[in-house]
Ligand binder design. Structure first.
Ligand code: SF4
Length: 96
């Protein structure tokens, strides 16, 4: 959190909370409720922040929620990282 100037709460506190929720999901301890919270928080930060930094900070998260929601769900439900990036069990390759 070295980028936010801290002037407005949506950016200052919201991005920190987004990071906490993302970390929880990535380490396998996230819940479906966290996913809903994350999505709502992204919208709030985007709409309520005072400048472009806060207004655009949630964009990467919103894009991944839009295009890779199944991977979020895989982390939460099956505690697996399909891309093998997070410190979770990588998916097992199925031999044809
Ligand atoms: S949105 Fe802009 S004004 Fe608000 S805390 Fe972030 S950097 Fe500062």
């Amino acid at each position: 959190m070295t980028e936010s100037c801290g002037k407005c709460i949506p950016c200052r506190a919201g991005t920190a909370q987004m990071y906490t929720l993302l970390t929880r999901i990535c380490n396998g301890s996230g819940t479906m409720e966290d996913l809903e919270l994350l999505e709502g928080l992204c919208s709030t930060v985007k709409e309520a922040s005072l400048c472009g930094l806060g207004q655009t900070a949630p964009n990467p998260v919103l894009s991944t929620l839009k295009y890779f929601r199944n991977e979020y769900i895989e982390h939460i439900v099956h505690k697996r990282c399909p891309a093998g990036v997070c410190n979770l069990e990588a998916p097992v390759e199925v031999q044809a």
